[in-house]
Design a binder for this molecule. Structure first.
Ligand SMILES: O=C[C@H](O)[C@H](O)[C@H](O)COP(=O)(O)O
Length: 223
């Protein structure tokens, strides 16, 4: 029986095999955040020198990449990336995701938007029939915390401030519990329109292109 850690490793390895042909001297790889992305970063280290560098979606991942001697580029220096690789907190069969459990959702959405494709790596426990059991993270400007909380309540959710946590962008996170998400793209759009919301953790308007989900029977590919 493989442990969850083994499964995460398998998903990370599968992503490395998938992106290996994309590693050219000019290629910049978009790199996500979290325990699964960490394993991907560690594996990427063996290709150091075979590609230009990486754009990180968090200070944490930037540090880990630099620790392996991989060049970390500012997104403003990069026009395009063949791929962005990241984990997820939940993913459904349409490859809509909830992300932001680690609080990195804003930079993740930005870096992913510049990449040609999003490859999601996760163990199979992240695959769900319907999104929302994992509380939906929303990054908010501190001044808007209560205003956004009221909107979340009106949508049927229970907002909980992530105590003692400040994002890389200097903002706060509300975790919205108890949402029934029937139309993820619509909810993502609605939340994007609430003043004071920096980013919500739904990745449904631009879902993953491919999911590599590690199971006890091997890696399952969706998309
Ligand atoms: O902000 C964090 C990210 O969205 C992560 O991708 C997500 O939380 C999954 O992390 P992990 O691979 O540690 O489960």
């Amino acid at each position: 029986m493989l442990s969850q850690q083994d499964l995460k490793q398998q998903a990370a390895d599968a992503a490395l095999a998938l992106i290996e042909p994309m590693l050219t001297a000019q290629a910049v790889i978009g790199v996500g955040t979290g325990s699964t992305a960490d394993l991907f970063i560690d594996g990427l280290a063996k290709y150091r020198g075979k590609f230009r560098g990486a754009v990180a979606s968090s200070e944490r991942s930037a540090k880990r990449l630099a620790g392996h001697g991989i060049a970390v580029l500012d997104l403003n220096e990069v026009e395009t990336m063949p791929v962005y690789v990241d984990g997820a907190d939940e993913i459904n069969s349409q490859l809509h995701m909830i992300k932001g459990g680690g609080g990195a959702l804003t930079r993740e959405k930005i870096v992913a938007s510049v990449a040609k494709q999003f490859v999601c790596i996760a163990d199979e426990s992240k695959l769900v029939d319907s999104l929302g059991r994992f509380p939906l993270p929303i990054e908010v400007l501190p001044i808007a915390r209560e205003a956004v909380s009221r909107v979340a309540r009106a949508l049927g959710g229970q907002p909980v401030l992530r105590e003692g946590f400040i994002t890389d962008n200097g903002n706060q996170i509300l975790d919205i519990h108890g949402l029934t998400i029937t139309d993820a793209p619509e909810l993502e759009k609605k939340l994007n329109n609430v003043p004071g919301v920096v980013t919500n953790g739904l990745f449904a308007l631009s879902p993953a292109d491919t999911a590599l989900l590690a199971t006890q029977q091997g890696v399952r590919r969706l998309g």
